[in-house]
Design a protein around this ligand. Structure first.
Ligand SMILES: NC(=O)c1ccc[n+]([C@@H]2O[C@H](COP(=O)([O-])OP(=O)(O)OC[C@H]3O[C@@H](n4cnc5c(N)ncnc54)[C@H](OP(=O)(O)O)[C@@H]3O)[C@@H](O)[C@H]2O)c1
Length: 342
């Protein structure tokens, strides 16, 4: 299969390259695309150096699967060109996620959605992906009435420049200078900022609305009650979430642990007496999502609380995208270069 990565030089794009390299996908060709700033630079894939090319419509000639991670503006502009050239686009931006014609896929949750693609499949928001893994288990086991999630999202969620801002401004702060904010709403060092994206008239931020809408779409539950509070914290990599779920029927905590543990991609790390629960630093570089602090509400028998952590650049982005590419390959949903069955 011939692949392209649009946004190959970014925080997610570099992880996509690594995930592709470590996957069992047959990569017969690879085009790495980014802005004019990076054109001509080289990135390593397996034993070869691949030159980065500028993102242009003609770059998609002969490409079968195009992984997009260059922001929503670029996706809106170039994903249709890639589809016209015969590629299936797996888009990591928010550009197409809520388009009813576009499947929004987490392979452990709704893989069959890939089948109805019309050229574009959307990768959900990083915070949504790690949320729906345990929630899907509860939906299937006992039904879910309502979800309340508060996120603790790392600086890398805002890309390479988010990481750089946190490091630089932390250094400035430690040197006795006032930290500044360019990427984040407020200086992030030693701060917790309850804003990711602009606020809508409802009082919810863009990131919160994405989480609410995408969760409903992925789970196929348009009426599910969901409330989200999205918060940026001074962590470099790995998002954490506190989740409260009102269930339709009661379930024992031990049974929840057992069912979470049998969900592919989900790891139960839940030994509070030994201070053992998911941490962003431990989840960093891992493809799995970690769940712990699983407990029943003290007042409501059908309410459960837990803590979920995942690497936002891996399962929250690159790993999920490459898993979708694997779904395309094994379901034979990629157009062949020689004969086009579509
Ligand atoms: N970070 C996360 O945790 C995360 C998770 C899920 C989804 N996403 C989504 O993934 C996308 C990329 O995020 P990121 O965190 O990787 O951002 P990033 O580190 O800022 O990388 C952005 C990439 O896009 C390229 N790009 C920027 N402007 C361009 C232009 N005008 N033409 C062509 N290429 C251009 C950049 O190329 P240059 O290096 O040449 O500038 C770079 O390769 C965004 O849509 C984001 O919402 C991010």
């Amino acid at each position: 299969m011939v692949f392209a990565i649009a946004g190959a030089t970014g925080a997610v794009g570099r992880e996509m390259l690594r995930e592709l390299e470590e996957s069992d996908l047959p990569v017969a060709g690879l085009r790495l695309l980014a802005s004019e700033r990076s054109a001509g630079s080289k990135l390593r894939f397996r034993s070869t150096e691949v030159e980065v090319e500028p993102l242009r419509p003609e770059a998609f000639a002969g490409v079968q699967v195009a992984l997009f991670s260059a922001g929503a503006e670029r996706s809106l502009l170039f994903a249709p060109c890639a589809v016209e050239h015969g590629a299936v686009v797996i888009d990591n931006s928010s550009a197409f996620r809520m388009d009813p014609r576009v499947p929004l896929v987490v392979p452990e949750v709704n893989p069959a959605e890939c089948e109805r693609h019309q050229g574009i499949i959307a990768n959900p928001n990083c915070s949504t992906i790690q949320l729906v893994l345990p929630v899907k288990v509860l939906v299937d086991a006992v039904g879910v009435e309502r979800l309340v999630v508060s996120t603790y999202q790392s600086a890398s969620g805002a890309g390479q420049s988010g990481i750089e801002e946190l490091l630089l401004e932390t250094r400035r702060f430690l040197d006795g200078e006032s930290p500044r904010a360019r990427i984040f709403a407020h200086p992030l060092p030693f701060e917790v900022v309850p804003q990711i994206g602009e606020f809508s008239s409802s009082g919810f931020s863009q990131e919160e609305i994405k989480m609410i809408q995408e969760t409903r779409k992925i789970l196929g539950l348009p009426d599910l009650q969901v409330a989200a509070t999205c918060v940026r914290v001074p962590v470099i990599r790995g998002h954490s979430e506190s989740v409260t779920v009102d269930l339709e029927r009661e379930i024992a905590v031990e049974e929840v642990r057992r069912r979470f543990a049998s969900m592919p991609g989900l790891v139960v790390q839940d030994e509070p007496a030994r201070n053992n629960y998911p941490l962003a630093r431990v989840a960093q570089g891992r493809r799995e999502t970690f769940v712990g602090r699983i407990r029943k509400d003290l007042d409501r028998a059908r309410t459960l609380h837990f803590w979920v952590v995942s690497d936002n650049l891996l399962k929250g982005a690159a790993t999920n995208a490459v898993q979708i590419a694997q779904q395309l390959a094994c379901r034979r949903l990629v157009r062949s270069l020689a004969t086009d069955p579509r």
